[in-house]
Design a protein around this ligand. Structure first.
Ligand code: GDP
Ligand code: IMO
Ligand code: MG
Length: 430
């Protein structure tokens, strides 16, 4: 029996999805990205060598694998080519492994300019975006004016469509945002240069995935960002502009939802968030400093320090609810080594009432006071452990407490950044 497994982040991103996707690629024929763009930063460490991927699926280091970019992903050709070239320099035959859906919207330099201009205008209320043009390109997709990968096929209509889009973008940039115009000629020539590398990669991703299914081969779906950055289900407006919940795997790849067999929710053993927006369990004390420094919590895309806090079981319950999580992978447990106490938020206090549902209204979230269950820490190191039996007793208790709170198994535990630093209790493909 073949299996389709979806990996998604259950918090605010950077849970360690890339590491786990690379690890699980061992068992699959194809890895597919289905939403987001190069706002993602997925880190893989193999025998000490670090690779950071933004657009290219995290299975790319494996031989005999197809890495697919589904229609739900927004593509900056400049970013894609830069990332591919870097991998090729280190010996990875990217263009033999990579295929791109003809339906992917293209991020243009003017989308990036609009992203930055919007943030500047928002001032103190800025979202804290990655500045990669993600919001503006998804806006254009919904408005039915975006260029798609398939538009590269016809130079004449490409020029015409680009002219119309740039007319609109330049009107906004100059009249509304008081910024400089973007050059049509420059962008058109860039697209023509990039086109030759991209045309051979254009494929029917949905069709390829169906072929693999017919051949009874496993497929892995790689989410970007995390559930609380979802445009519908996240902490709006402090979210990204795509759906990050598990259902996006279906829409963003062209595979029907009944074919998604197992949803693996990646949970960091504490919580982090980059950018603005509510974060009820955020810490500003020595514990927060420990998580940030020991966990090396700096954005893999923008290098910004990540905000750090305790694990939030209320938030995770909502992720389970809206993403049909089948089982968890708990990452960065080793970062908690040496703490005398560890907390998990189990309820919030809101206007003198105790609530046990994670509210999504910003005004409510901003007034929530987390109520915690406290756990004894452990002194021994868990770093690099490969067997659950070898873990300190209190670390085992912490893992079991999370399983009990969320009524789901933790199938994989990550104990360090390296592919090898992993405890597999149950393989989702078996
Ligand atoms: P992603 O966006 O979900 O793929 O996660 P990122 O790559 O942005 O951030 C996760 C960071 O934690 C990366 O630097 C990883 O190398 C690192 N990492 C992943 N798993 C572990 C772990 O179990 N322990 C430690 N210490 N680091 C980890
Ligand atoms: P991975 O896949 C963490 C955040 C940004 C900002 C908000 C909107 O590595 O987990 P955007 O540029 O998407 O319009 O920014 O979303 N954000 C992420 N935070 N990890 C990510 O990706 C993120 N991608 C976007 O910081 O708050
Ligand atoms: Mg990341």
């Amino acid at each position: 029996m073949s299996k389709n497994v979806v990996v998604i982040g259950t918090q605010w991103g950077d849970e360690g999805k890339g590491k786990i996707v690379d690890l699980l690629t061992e068992d699959v024929a194809a890895v597919v990205r289905f939403q987001g763009g190069h706002n993602a930063g997925h880190t893989l460490v193999i025998e000490g060598n670090k690779t950071v991927l933004h657009l290219i699926p995290s299975g790319i280091l494996h031989e005999n694998i197809h890495c697919l970019i589904g229609n739900g992903v927004v593509i900056s050709l400049q970013a894609l080519i830069k990332e591919a070239k870097k991998l090729i320099e280190s010996g990875i035959p990217v263009f033999d492994r990579l295929k791109i859906s003809s339906g992917c919207p293209l991020i243009l330099p003017s989308h990036e300019a609009l992203d930055l201009a919007k943030e500047k205008k928002l001032g103190k209320s800025a979202i804290g975006t990655t500045g990669r043009g993600i919001g503006p390109v998804y806006e254009d997709k919904v408005a039915r004016r975006v260029l798609r990968v398939s538009d590269l096929l016809n130079k004449d209509s490409l020029c015409e469509k680009l002219k119309n889009i740039l007319n609109y973008h330049n009107f906004l940039l100059t009249n509304y945002f008081d910024e400089n115009e973007q050059s049509l000629d420059k962008i058109f020539n860039q697209l023509l240069d990039q086109r030759d590398l991209i045309l051979p990669l254009i494929s029917d991703v949905s069709g390829i995935l169906d072929d693999y299914h017919q051949q009874k081969k496993n497929i892995l779906f790689e989410g970007a960002q995390g559930v609380f950055l979802d445009i519908d289900h996240g902490t709006y407006p402090y979210v990204t502009s795509s759906n990050t919940v598990s259902a996006a795997a279906s829409i963003g790849s062209g595979v029907g939802p009944k074919r998604l067999d197992y949803i693996m929710g990646i949970v960091k053993a504490y919580t982090t968030r980059v950018g603005s927006g509510p974060f009820p369990t955020e810490l500003h004390d020595k514990y927060g400093e420990h998580l940030g420094s020991v966990g090396v919590e700096f954005g893999a895309t923008t290098g910004r320090p990540r905000r750090c806090g305790w694990l939030d079981a209320l938030a995770l319950k909502r992720s389970v609810l809206n993403s049909s999580i089948s089982g968890f992978c708990l990452t960065k447990l080793d970062v908690l080594d040496g703490l005398e106490k560890i907390k998990i938020c189990t309820e919030y206090k809101l206007h003198d009432k105790t609530i046990s549902n994670f509210p999504l209204e910003i005004s409510e979230l901003n007034n929530c006071e987390p109520l915690y269950e406290e756990f004894e820490g452990w002194e021994d190191s868990t770093k690099g452990l490969k067997r659950f039996a070898d873990m300190p007793l209190n670390a085992k208790k912490y893992v079991q407490a999370i399983e009990e709170m969320l009524h789901l198994p933790i199938d994989i535990i990550s104990t360090g950044p390296d592919r090898e630093h992993t405890i597999i209790r149950s393989n989702p493909f078996s």
